[in-house]
Design a protein around this ligand. Structure first.
Ligand code: AMP
Length: 386
């Protein structure tokens, strides 16, 4: 099936063509028709499936009719990077529509956002905290809102934003179309769904399988030797840019410090950095002045950097989907990439689950002449915050 079958407005179709989309992705096929019919919708899908266009295209189509200069669509995003990416996608797809959109998030000047809002926008893509600031100040008016999208709700929940989202929902008392996207559906989100959606259509895109352009390897190791092994792997492997994932932000910081001490050009991303610091870290990684970025899943959300040659899981992720998401950062656009995971005895169940998803056993590697018997007291792990 082609995009023509959706009967999107010609100026929206111009955006689809400009971006070179020819065949709708599965989520677009399933979600666009019910959204265009005005249904509420639950989309169980992850980034990388084409979900942004799945909601952006029907929104642009709908807003072409009706008043301009009022906020008629709102997309709530968990992170600044995702908000920026979504806003950029809407701008690209809607280039010919004349509809105006803005990304609203903290860390940037409130006054400049207010000035921009005064010119009149129809679409806002916002992170919850800063949006609430605007709502309380009365600088954003949602009384004309027609469509609300809550994107990556599970991440929003992980980051503790659900109370803010509820605060925003209290400001939109009138009936509107609501679309909610999430990769998973834990109980708290199910409750939210029951409260805010009316007769929703559910569309689900099957579990994602990690890209075939990535080769995977496990490095069995004792907890306390992880940093020593990581340094040894980095020393022996030819890499371009390396993205390392840890379970906590303290660990991300600490691992980055230890790699810096060992002479690597490394930076880390943590949730409590200012927007300026985040941007500096990301820009440095993107341009190559930092070769290694250490981050948690949440902090790394939305990073879109094409030339990552290696993803290293310093800690095993909690779910197979999180694994897929992490290693999806390498091996992009037909390039090959490598994913290394340091595994301890505690990770056995996750390894089995991963092998089921990949439908193949994962290669176990040991490093020749690395001292796997080093006692805990000699290792840097003892200084790592758990
Ligand atoms: P998303 O899951 O929305 O982040 O989209 C992932 C990537 O797929 C983005 O780079 C989109 O531009 C691209 N994309 C979305 N829909 C299509 C399509 N129908 N054909 C080709 N690429 C697409």
């Amino acid at each position: 099936m082609s995009f023509e079958a959706f009967n999107l407005h010609p100026s929206v179709m111009a955006g689809v063509r400009a971006l070179g989309y020819t065949i709708p992705t599965p989520i677009q096929l399933k979600a666009i028709p019910p959204i265009m019919q005005g249904h509420d919708l639950i989309g169980l899908a992850q980034t990388g499936t084409g979900k942004t266009a799945a909601f952006a295209l029907p929104i642009l189509h709908r807003l072409l009719r009706g008043p301009r200069g009022r906020v008629r669509a709102l997309i709530i995003s968990p992170t600044r990077e995702l908000a920026e990416q979504t806003c950029a996608a809407i701008n690209d797809l809607g280039k010919q529509t004349g509809l105006q959109s803005i990304a609203i998030y903290g860390g940037l000047s409130m006054d400049r956002q207010i000035q921009r809002l005064r010119y009149g926008v129809e679409i806002i893509v916002a992170c919850p905290g800063r949006l609430l600031d605007h709502l309380w100040r009365g600088t954003i008016d949602l009384s004309h809102l027609e469509i609300l999208v809550i994107d990556e709700v599970d991440r929003m929940f992980d980051m503790g934003f659900l109370p803010d989202v509820r605060g925003i929902l209290e400001c939109i008392i009138h009936r509107r179309q609501t679309l909610l996207f999430s990769a998973t559906m834990p109980d708290d989100i199910r409750r939210l769904v029951q409260e805010i959606l009316r007769d929703p259509v559910t569309v689900q895109i099957g579990r994602t399988v990690p890209a075939t352009t990535v080769s995977h390897a496990l490095y069995p190791i004792k907890q306390h030797l992880k940093t020593s092994l990581l340094k040894e792997i980095l020393r022996r492997t030819k890499t371009e840019s390396v993205l390392i994932f840890t379970r906590t932000k303290h660990r991300a910081e600490r691992v980055a410090q230890q790699l810096a001490k060992a002479g690597y050009r490394v930076t880390s991303l943590q949730g409590n950095m200012s927007q300026y610091q985040r941007q500096a870290a990301l820009d440095g990684f993107r341009t190559g002045s930092f070769r290694i970025l250490v981050a948690t899943d949440i902090a790394a959300r939305g990073i879109d950097i094409l030339k990552i040659s290696h993803v290293v899981n310093y800690d095993m992720p909690d779910t197979t989907d999180a694994y897929t998401h992490r290693i999806g950062r390498t091996g992009r656009v037909g390039k090959t990439g490598e994913a290394f995971t340091l595994v301890t005895g505690e990770d056995a169940a996750m390894v089995r689950a991963l092998e089921q998803v990949l439908k193949a056993p994962l290669e176990r590697r040991t490093l020749q002449s690395f001292d796997y018997t080093m006692p805990a007291s000699d290792s840097e792990y003892n200084r790592l915050p758990r």
